[in-house]
Design a protein around this ligand. Structure first.
Ligand code: HEM
Length: 550
């Protein structure tokens, strides 16, 4: 395939292109160039005219310059041959970082700050990444291969190949100590483990711990409860260390909380608008548990930082660091609010946290996106700044439908904290004759039961759930089911149910919820499309006729 040097620029208004693509000079395969697609009508119209003009110029001048052009084309076609000794020089110590995959060399310097996995990528620079991607299986998909291809600079010199491959050193598998997992979880990536709660557990108010969705950014560290310590760093740099034993002296608090990944229902955004980058989560990147722990504000006060200090000390954020390297932060107001219920938790559903859920200690930030509830807590820092981690600064943000990873300035959007109103249908079933529910609802005729969840961030209560049996033409209100949630505000989802005559069913059922602020969900996905597919909350539609939907 022919290669040429191109400068790839993000066309105006293009939102569906490859993700995170910075405007850099790269070598790109001409035949697979996407730069005209998906937008920019003036540019498209210009192409045929420009092509004709170029053809005319080339044919009239070719007799004079043919030799030169041929030589140039040949030079362009021959990929640069690069020795492995040169690749190794472009390691983490160099300003320019190269990697090798499948005997091809890539200069990924411009990609590193955009990497969703953060600095762990540096483990591989200056060498071959194949074995890392065998371990970090999240990369084994076309969207990732396409990103890498943009940074191609040449081929490994054949003198460094054995049977067509670069000999590789063994690399340690950091996921070796990951725990065994419930087989019913719907796995999206094994390493790091990202797995949804199975649909049959989504209609329970409390999710059984083993079916609670898993969203790991890296490996799940195996920590020892007795020796584990975490540090609180005060604004003046003073540090105080705590063990799990130390936490026993604080008042123990129970809070029922729903945690939701910002990518929950990303798949629906992809299906309803266009491809949104990331794991294609369905409705199960969300679960609810009863958490037990101590109030963060009590621990901060014990360490020497009191609510009134916040005003004097310019402390605006509380940063959390996990034992595996993940980091994130929340605003100080949330951390210190008497009704914010931010906890350091050690129990989930009455038992010690599971390894995947942060054993022995995690942060719980109710009403905020789950990305702020840092697991395997190692360090708390009171700071003027937000966490500088990848997951605070360059991910978990939303941009406009027309923007792509290529052209955004990440610093212009706030990190997601509270989440918008959300709902989903989790089951849709015909009620057989004699079913108890049909009697309860006084329905002699054939009936359908629809069930689901509704949730709003920020502790906002769900006040209404509207369900349509006929694709949004007519609506009826679902019954909001009672539960025993505890907490200063409504941190848990609301389970709902509707039983209605089957004759009302059209092609698809639809749900939308309303929270106490009268916030509603958008009908379509295009208006809130963002290239990372965060905070998808469009009306959830389930085809009545497709029995395999769930
Ligand atoms: C060199 C080229 C690389 C490219 C183009 C690349 C690209 C990506 C992309 C697109 C994702 C997001 C996937 C998704 O959300 O579905 C990702 C995630 C990740 N990458 Fe890479 N990656 C590279 C190298 C590496 C290496 C060498 C490592 C490890 C040594 C690594 C570790 C990770 C991890 C741990 C995540 C998950 C982060 C999270 O879920 O927050 N990556 N990478």
């Amino acid at each position: 395939m022919k290669r040429a040097h191109l400068r790839i620029l993000a066309p105006l208004g293009r939102a569906g292109g490859p993700p995170f693509r910075p405007a850099v000079t790269v070598q790109k395969r001409v035949a697979s160039s996407q730069s005209w697609r998906n937008g920019n009508a003036p540019l498209r119209n210009f192409v045929p005219v420009a092509t004709l003009a170029a053809f005319a110029i080339v044919t009239t001048t070719s007799c004079f310059y043919r030799k030169d052009i041929q030589a140039e084309a040949l030079a362009e076609e021959a990929p640069r041959k690069i020795r492995m000794s040169e690749v190794r020089k472009h390691s983490r110590r160099s300003d320019t970082r190269w990697v090798v995959r499948d005997a091809k060399v890539y200069d990924i310097t411009d990609w590193i700050p955009n990497h969703p996995g953060g600095e762990v990528i540096l483990r591989a620079v200056g060498g071959v990444i194949d074995q890392y991607w065998d371990i970090f299986s999240i990369h084994k998909k076309q969207e990732v291969y396409d990103i890498l291809e943009q940074y191609y600079i040449g081929d490994v010199d054949p003198r460094d190949l054995v049977d067509g491959h670069v000999p590789q050193d063994d690399v340690e598998d950091p996921f070796e100590e990951d725990p065994p997992r419930d087989k019913s979880l719907k796995v999206h990536s094994a390493k790091p483990c990202n797995a949804e709660t199975p649909v049959d557990a989504l209609d329970k108010f409390i999710t059984p711990s083993e079916k609670f969705y898993v969203r790991n950014h890296l490996w799940a560290p195996r920590l020892d409860e007795k020796s584990h310590r975490f540090t609180v760093e005060l604004p003046d740099g003073e540090e105080k260390e705590y063990s799990l034993e130390d936490l026993k002296k604080f008042r123990q608090v129970d809070v029922t909380t729903t945690l939701q990944c910002s990518g929950n229902r990303r798949k629906h955004m992809t299906e309803g608008s266009r491809y949104a980058n990331g794991l294609q989560w369905g409705i199960g990147a969300m679960s609810t548990a009863q958490f037990t722990g101590v109030r963060l504000q009590d621990v901060l006060a014990d360490a020497g930082f009191h609510a009134e200090d916040a005003e004097n000390d310019d402390v605006k954020h509380v940063q959390f660091q996990g034992a595996e390297a993940y980091g994130s932060s929340i605003p100080i107001d949330k951390a210190l609010s008497r009704h914010g219920d931010v906890l350091l938790v050690h129990k989930m559903n009455g038992k010690p946290l599971g390894q995947d859920h942060g054993f022995p200690l995690r942060v719980l930030v109710p009403g905020h996106v789950a990305a702020r509830s840092v697991k395997w807590l190692k360090r708390i820092t009171l700071s003027e700044e937000e966490s500088q981690s990848q997951w605070q600064q360059r991910d978990y943000k939303c941009f406009g439908p027309n923007q792509s990873g290529a052209d955004v300035d990440w610093s212009t959007a706030p990190a997601i904290q509270e989440t918008p109103v959300q709902s989903a249908i989790v089951s849709l079933k015909d009620l057989p004759k004699g079913d108890r529910l049909r009697q309860v609802y006084g329905l002699e005729e054939d009936a359908i039961e629809v069930k689901g969840y509704a949730f709003a961030g920020g502790g906002r209560e769900i006040v209404r759930v509207d369900v349509s049996p006929d694709d949004g033409r007519s609506w009826t209100q679902a019954e909001l089911l009672p539960d025993n949630a505890v907490g200063s505000k409504r941190w848990a989802w609301t389970q709902w149910r509707l039983v209605l005559p089957r004759r009302l069913a059209g092609r698809s059922f639809v749900v939308k919820a309303v929270d106490e602020g009268y916030n509603i969900q958008p009908e379509y996905y295009d208006p809130h499309y963002n290239f990372r597919g965060n905070l998808t909350s469009g009306w959830h539609r389930v085809p009545y006729t497709n029995r395999d939907y769930f």
